[in-house]
Design a protein. Structure first.
Ligand code: HEC
Length: 149
């Protein structure tokens, strides 16, 4: 998860550099992300157990709720972060999902004038740990289908 945080931080700079070079965003799927993490010697299995209360605080401090809702509270943007997501289950899956979607988030942050959040140390692990916990415990409207992926 620490590496997922570092990849996240990396996005705005990469976007700018790629735009200048006229290139498109590289695609990395979950398997490739797992291999990349192994190569970079990130060890998700050694992630410490997440601290839910720190994770909840991070969700506010990092500004996720300026755009997203959590169990229908907060921002109006989809997806609601308390919807169960397969990518909360592993660091590689989370990093791959964030890798694919951060260009969209960073672009929206720029147009809305919202500072793009940065992560260090165990912050990403605590945040995603809290989201996974929230997704498992949040009341859910039955009519809604969980996001595919
Ligand atoms: C400036 C607004 C903004 C902020 C701040 C923001 N997001 Fe997003 N988020 C978006 C947008 C827009 C999308 C859709 C992007 C896309 O699909 O390319 C998205 C997509 C997502 C998705 C779905 C990815 C998928 O696989 O569909 C998740 C999960 C997510 N954000 C989590 C977070 C978390 C956690 C934070 C805080 C650390 C955060 N977001 C902060 C705007 C934001």
């Amino acid at each position: 998860m620490e590496l997922a945080g570092r990849l996240w931080n990396h996005v705005p700079g990469m976007l700018a550099a790629l735009a200048e070079a006229g290139s498109t965003w590289p695609k990395i799927d979950v398997g490739e992300m797992g291999n990349l993490m192994a190569y970079l010697q990130a060890h998700p299995a050694r992630d410490p157990a997440p601290d839910f209360s720190k994770g909840r605080l991070l969700l506010l401090r990092k500004g996720c709720l300026k755009c997203h809702s959590l169990a229908r509270e907060g921002g109006r943007g989809e997806p609601d972060l308390a919807e169960p997501r397969a990518d909360y289950e592993s660091a590689a899956a989370w990093a791959a999902a964030m890798w694919a979607h951060t260009p969209g988030m960073a672009a929206m942050a720029i147009t809305k004038g919202i500072p793009y959040p940065r992560f260090s140390g165990d912050e990403m692990g605590n945040l995603v740990g809290f989201l996974k916990h929230a997704a498992a415990t949040a009341p859910r409207r039955r009519t809604q289908t969980a996001p595919s992926q």
